[in-house]
Design a protein around this ligand. Structure first.
Ligand SMILES: NC(=O)c1ccc[n+]([C@@H]2O[C@H](COP(=O)([O-])OP(=O)(O)OC[C@H]3O[C@@H](n4cnc5c(N)ncnc54)[C@H](O)[C@@H]3O)[C@@H](O)[C@H]2O)c1
Length: 326
């Protein structure tokens, strides 16, 4: 059996952020039509902060594409070790053959940035120009790219507790995305005059609350993915129109939603809808220019499937990658 292997760098070289966003737009539509199986992931808790996740998925439609991602999340080993390391297997559901093994760390960044970008397509004000990026770790650049792929950003203000990471992200945004990028000393100064705010931190407690967010802002929260952790304060979640990547996953994993529900500040019924509904038009997006919208994403396994197979098809067409026999 010959299997294509793609490194993390090859995955990045083969993908473009707009293509990833469009691919996810189509796949969320299929999810809404019942063509996608994307079960809640299996989580092995290795410690308070260390987790290993197994994420299988199947996209039926005409494709029968299957994927399995294994992710290790060890955020406490210092800057030399990436918090997230992942590998993705692609299997053709028509004949059961393993087709590809690809670096899943860059794929995770791409698809997570693309989901955030997709939320901007449906929920951000069209005239949004300034992004506040809270968190400048492994996800930071992909998040800025995802938002920049959908909005005509003119500037990004970046806050992180780690000055070195903040500086590196500023340099990349300027060099690769041609954005005016600056360092903020506080969340408050990063979010001043921001039209879109993204949180992508490993914080367990709120980094963003109602006082940081002006009317009309779109907030994307992707950092927290367990019921006990959150990046958003309850006051913010209560005052905003809240959308999620998946209601089932949010009710299982999203502390940003589950903690305010437990506190009695919101109910599940206060959530406006899911991404699949936004994409199909069944769920209404932003109502006016002064509404605060929140998109909360915990990450879904079919997103790896959608972007992974897009990358695979491009690799086959362009002859990129190595081949191995198992
Ligand atoms: N929703 C999804 O689909 C999805 C996908 C990938 C990663 N994630 C999650 O996103 C988070 C970030 O991932 P990463 O790969 O960038 O991690 P990372 O460890 O590379 O970076 C996290 C950054 O957050 C910063 N930080 C921590 N607390 C902070 C605070 N209070 N204020 C400002 N900055 C703070 C750290 O200094 C660090 O630079 C992780 O929790 C990860 O599990 C979610």
């Amino acid at each position: 059996m010959r299997i294509l292997t793609l490194t993390n760098d090859q995955v990045i070289a083969l993908a473009d952020m707009r293509g990833c966003v469009d691919e996810l737009n189509s796949s969320f539509r299929l999810l809404g039509e019942g063509q996608v199986e994307s079960p809640i992931r299996t989580r092995f808790r290795m410690s308070d902060v260390r987790n290993i996740l197994l994420m299988p998925s199947l996209v039926r439609e005409k494709k029968d594409t299957m994927s399995l991602k294994m992710v290790t999340i060890y955020p406490d080993l210092g800057p030399a070790v990436p918090s997230i390391q992942a590998v993705v297997l692609l299997v053709d559901g028509k004949d059961g053959q393993l087709k590809c093994i690809m670096g899943g760390t860059s794929l995770t960044g791409l698809r997570t940035g693309a989901v955030s970008g997709l939320s901007c397509r449906y929920l951000a004000r069209k005239d949004s120009r300034k992004l506040a990026m809270i968190g400048a770790g492994g996800q930071g650049f992909y998040q800025v790219s995802g938002v920049a792929s959908q909005l005509e950003l003119s500037e990004v203000s970046i806050f992180d507790l780690d000055g070195g990471r903040q500086k590196r992200l500023i340099e990349r945004c300027e060099k690769e995305l041609h954005l005016k990028a600056s360092a903020a000393d506080t969340v408050q100064s990063a979010t001043a005059r921001a039209d879109v705010v993204v949180t992508a931190t490993t914080s367990k407690t709120p980094v963003l609350d109602a006082a940081h967010v002006a009317p009309g802002t779109h907030v994307v929260a992707i950092g927290a993915y367990t019921p006990e952790t959150r990046e958003l304060g309850s006051d913010l979640v209560r005052k905003a129109s809240v959308y999620v990547d998946s209601m089932e996953a949010a009710m299982e994993e999203a502390g940003d939603i589950l903690i305010p529900i437990k506190e009695g500040r919101i109910t599940q019924e206060s959530i406006r809808g899911e991404m699949a509904g936004l994409v199909s038009g069944k769920v209404k997006g932003r109502a006016n220019d002064s509404e605060v919208t929140i998109f909360k994403a915990v990450g879904l396994s079919f997103e790896d499937n959608a972007v992974g197979w897009m990358v695979y098809d491009r690799a086959i067409k362009s002859g990129v990658g190595g081949w191995t026999e198992l």
